[in-house]
Design a protein around this ligand. Structure first.
Ligand code: HEC
Ligand code: HEC
Ligand code: HEC
Ligand code: HEC
Ligand code: HEC
Length: 355
């Protein structure tokens, strides 16, 4: 860009004159936002200049990677399925309608769910503080802090509806209270834009509680969703958690490997995936997805298993996988690649001696 023009635009930005100016400055792209309505033209780097702390957090988030994510590109056939662009490179939700499905952006798709997707609101930036003032024209938009903002993209598999059934919704504990934790900014408090969730082992561990006891030759286990503000797992249907038991001899060799439960909302073409499992989703949402074995918040499930005579100790493992391949217990535990790539996690592991 011509230096004089760049300076003029920088001055415009400082004067807080218009979104279009910010868009030009940040992109180094031609007049993309020639009409003020094309707010998708505002690049994240335009915001980075003044909000570098927030930018760095966002850049490390799943939101920033939403369009370039190899799993999404593969499943959408390199976006030959154009519907997939709607949420993975969306236009601003304040523009297309809070809690309504978003529309696809034409510019800078590689920035995924960018700053503008959540903050651009017509001629100003959606802010949570009524007194904020700055070049980006922050103005209070109460919807910014509400679950409705997230609902625009996160309710196609009923995560919002699940949350509405919990005590969190009744007590006013929303999505951002668990997913955007406090983050200190120079001179004021902010919120962590990394949006931690199930790729964070601490979040996974606090979401479910596992107890294991051996009573004579009977193994008893319970699993309770204590910390997720919705079902466990939630959202994307490829997520799965498996509760597995390894019965072992004294020398550590395997006697038997069994599955106590698999928590999953399978794809429509996987009818029968829940066959043989002990529980179905304990919630009215089951009517909408009869194959679901997801674990609702506040629900505790109980399991028992008669142990084989050679077994002298048992190991109970809860695994979580983002993409549920493979599905057989032995393959799950031996899938070292997925564990190394943080696509699979051991959430809990308990070893108990058999008396
Ligand atoms: C030229 C500097 C500048 C640019 C560029 C800029 N901002 Fe700001 N922004 C500020 C200042 C100054 C404030 C007020 C002080 C504060 O809250 O940090 C502010 C406040 C905000 C707030 C409100 C914070 C609150 O307390 O509620 C949000 C949200 C925000 N900016 C988002 C953005 C986004 C998104 C972009 C990019 C589209 C952007 N800003 C670009 C300077 C800038
Ligand atoms: C209504 C909004 C929306 C649409 C439309 C949408 N997605 Fe998504 N997608 C999401 C959200 C939100 C997540 C994150 C959910 C989660 O992490 O559980 C996600 C996550 C994913 C993931 C998981 C990524 C990973 O690394 O685990 C894949 C793969 C994916 N989407 C593919 C697609 C494909 C393919 C399409 C088109 C057929 C599509 N999406 C359309 C909102 C959407
Ligand atoms: C404009 C669409 C959109 C909005 C609005 C949105 N998200 Fe997302 N979110 C996505 C997409 C798409 C992904 C999946 C990115 C990927 O992995 O490819 C995602 C991923 C996530 C993840 C990571 C999930 C994982 O598997 O690690 C969390 C957590 C999350 N979003 C929370 C929120 C919260 C909380 C809000 C509301 C403040 C919100 N999102 C608003 C589209 C959106
Ligand atoms: C009480 C805290 C809490 C609240 C409230 C909460 N979550 Fe979560 N969320 C978690 C925990 C813990 C996990 C990790 C365990 C899991 O995947 O269920 C998680 C996981 C997720 C994931 C990743 C799902 C996956 O497996 O890929 C998404 C997406 C998500 N939450 C979105 C939301 C949205 C949207 C809301 C608001 C409707 C919300 N959460 C409310 C605690 C919470
Ligand atoms: C998925 C939605 C989402 C995306 C993407 C997003 N934000 Fe935010 N942002 C929020 C929400 C929600 C809040 C309000 C949190 C509060 O005040 O409690 C917020 C708060 C802020 C604040 C004030 C609080 C703080 O942490 O300093 C600033 C500044 C801000 N965002 C800038 C940005 C910038 C810059 C980007 C891109 C690099 C960005 N946001 C991307 C949802 C988002």
């Amino acid at each position: 860009m011509h230096t004089a023009l760049r300076l003029t635009i920088a001055a415009l930005v400082l004067a807080g004159l218009s979104w279009v100016a910010i868009g030009l400055y940040g992109d180094g792209e031609p007049a993309l936002g020639a009409q003020a309505s094309e707010l998708g033209g505002i690049g994240a780097r335009a915001c980075q200049k003044c909000h570098s702390g927030v930018y760095d957090e966002w850049a490390a988030s799943a939101h920033a990677g939403a369009f370039v994510n190899p799993e999404v590109r593969k499943l959408s056939n390199e976006y030959a399925n154009e519907q997939c662009i709607d949420c993975h490179a969306p236009r601003p939700v304040f523009e297309t309608g809070i809690a309504k499905p978003p529309l696809p952006r034409t510019a800078r798709r590689s920035e995924g769910v960018d700053c503008a997707a959540c903050h651009a609101a017509g001629d100003h930036v959606a802010a949570s503080s009524p007194t904020a003032a700055g070049a980006c024209l922050p103005r209070l938009e109460p919807a910014l802090k509400s679950a409705d903002l997230c609902a625009s993209c996160h309710d196609q598999h009923f995560t919002i509806a699940e949350w509405q059934e919990t005590r969190f919704a009744r007590d006013g504990v929303g999505c951002i209270d668990c997913h955007m934790l406090p983050s200190q900014r120079p001179g004021r408090a902010g919120r962590d834009h990394r949006s931690h969730s199930s790729t964070n082992i601490d979040m996974l561990q606090k979401s479910v509680e596992l107890t294991v006891t051996v009573d004579g030759r009977t193994l008893r286990a319970t699993l309770e969703n204590v910390g997720a503000g919705h079902h466990f797992p939630t959202d994307e249907r490829s997520r799965a958690a498996d509760l597995l038991v390894r019965e072992l001899r004294d020398d550590g060799s395997l006697v038997r490997l069994s599955r106590l439960d698999r928590l999953r909302n399978p794809y429509r073409d996987q009818v029968g995936a829940a066959a043989g499992l002990p529980y179905r989703e304990e919630s009215p949402l089951l009517e909408k997805r009869p194959e679901s074995t997801l674990l609702p918040h506040g629900v505790k499930r109980s399991y028992s298993l008669e142990l084989l005579p050679e077994c002298t100790q048992v190991e109970v493992v809860l695994t979580y996988k983002k993409i549920p391949f493979p599905t057989e217990p032995a393959e799950i535990l031996n899938d070292e690649k997925s564990f190394a790539e943080k696509k699979a996690f051991v959430v809990h592991r308990r070893v108990v001696k058999v008396p």
